[in-house]
Design a protein around this ligand. Structure first.
Ligand code: SF4
Length: 170
């Protein structure tokens, strides 16, 4: 039987690495709102779409951390965990076809979160844009080194595969 709600061991470290990202999303959201409320709505839609669709991936891969504070990518995927628990309760069918479709759209949502604000940040200054990508790359490197592979989707996720390779070589 699928066991879930197993707490992730290194929550403190995950929160420490992820908090700057969450702070950055909030700043970007506020800035997009000051430019035009429609920009904020589009930005939020990318998050909502990715979070909801990722929850299907969570249950498809039978992630043990569904229903707990999980080490979800980007920080926002943490919210996929309780939704995943709801999907389990609703006995949502796991299917490879649905998974592939959901995974592709979730990935587009993920790209939207990263790249949608680029144009607007660039309008502030090139320095702000460089800082934005620096924070993302720093977060990615920290996740690879200290957190991944911890997610249920580690065998399918390119990040999970990469971190597994890095850790094997050590
Ligand atoms: S660690 Fe990943 S797969 Fe597991 S519940 Fe969190 S977002 Fe879902």
């Amino acid at each position: 039987m699928y066991r879930h709600s197993i707490p992730y061991k290194h929550k403190g470290l995950y929160i420490l690495i992820t908090l700057p990202m969450i702070f950055m999303y909030i700043l970007i959201a506020y800035y997009l709102y000051t430019v035009n409320i429609l920009n904020l709505i589009i930005y939020c839609v990318f998050f909502i779409l990715t979070i909801i669709l990722q929850s299907y991936n969570c249950i498809y891969w039978e992630c043990p951390h569904v229903g707990t504070l999980c080490p979800g990518a980007g920080g926002f995927c943490v919210l996929s965990s309780p939704i995943g628990k709801l999907l389990i309760k609703l006995k949502i069918r796991r299917s490879a076809k649905i998974y592939k479709f959901v995974c592709n759209i979730a990935f587009l949502g993920f790209l939207g979160i990263i790249f949608y604000p680029v144009y607007y940040i660039h309008k502030i200054s090139v320095f702000h844009l460089a800082l934005y990508f620096f924070i993302i790359l720093f977060y990615f490197a920290a996740m690879m080194m200290f957190i991944c592979p911890a997610c249920g989707a580690k065998t399918a996720c390119p990040g999970g595969q990469l971190s597994s390779k890095i850790k094997k070589k050590r």
